[in-house]
Design a protein around this ligand. Sequence first.
Ligand code: FAQ
Length: 321
Amino acid sequence: MTTTPTAPAPLQEQFDATIARDQRIEPRDWMPDGYRKTLIRQIAQHAHSEIIGMQPEGEWITRAPSLRRKAILFAKVQDEAGHGLYLYSAAETLGADRADLTERLIEGRQKYSSIFNYPTPTFADVGVIGWFVDGAAICNQVPLCRSSYGPYARAMVRICKEESFHQRQGYELLLTMMRGTEAQREMVQDAVDRWWWPSLMMFGPPDGDSPNSAASMAWKIKRHSNDELRQRFVDMTVPQAEKLGVTLPDPDLRWNEERGRHDFGTPDWSELQRVIRGDGPCNTERVARRRSAHEEGAWVRQAAAAHAARRAARAEKEVAA
Ligand code: FAQ
């Protein structure tokens, strides 16, 4: 029996149907240019955030108050390096070049999360970063495990598992400090006061001012809006703050019986815009540190590339022999 071959559906229709069926787009699939560009933008920004995000806590590795805390912190900061690497690899599946992405970061042409431009003057900051920043990262990233782009979604699964440990170590550190001296409790409250609003800003501008959201939601890259995820973070964190015995610095924060969610105040959006523009408390030093690490690592990259080339040449000779 002969079958009449059906004409292949136009590429855009196939792409739309894959998205509509909640299936994954994979690297070799056709995709619209805008989809590819948005993914490279978001994944690169995310990768840069993980790598720059090693700095604020990394500053405490040499000063951690015990061997146990040092080992935990070391492992956490290493995890963040790993997250950066998975994400750069995911960006490479879209045709981006990792060296080029790094250049863009250190030249200030690509963004990274605003949250990593705040200082860490006390060890309580390490705990609060784990609790708030990793907590916010979990709220934002668990839905990204269902993102429509396969390599990004799969990278997120492992990243989220590790972020969950990161959050718990931060909260456990704070519980320990809260059981300590009055000075330690004050240190925790001070860190909470400084990190609360910047953590809410991590979720991005309010929905009405978020130019990328509409397309990213339609493409199922983003699954929830910035405001929805911010609300989830607040609802998750309030009972944890009560248990810990700290006050969140927002006089408008209260339970809304009717909505079944918390009402809360408005972050200072002009501060977010300032920090994104490069004018936050630590932007200059964060990028300078990244630039010098990149420059100091040039010989390692050269040596690794030379080693890889030699191995490849040897393998080729063996095949030919
Ligand atoms: N900081 O239209 P939208 C972590 C930019 S990883 C800086 O709403 P979108 C782990 C945005 O890029 C933290 N820039 O944008 C860790 C856009 O700029 P463009 C990073 C921001 O993409 C823990 C413009 O504003 N996480 O914490 C920020 O739809 C502890 C307009 O915004 C991710 O990257 C900001 N906060 O939504 C590591 C998660 N917000 O490019 C170490 C993945 C917005 O148009 C220690 N990313 N902008 O010029 C996302 O989910 C999204 O990209 C959003 C922004 C939600 C961040």
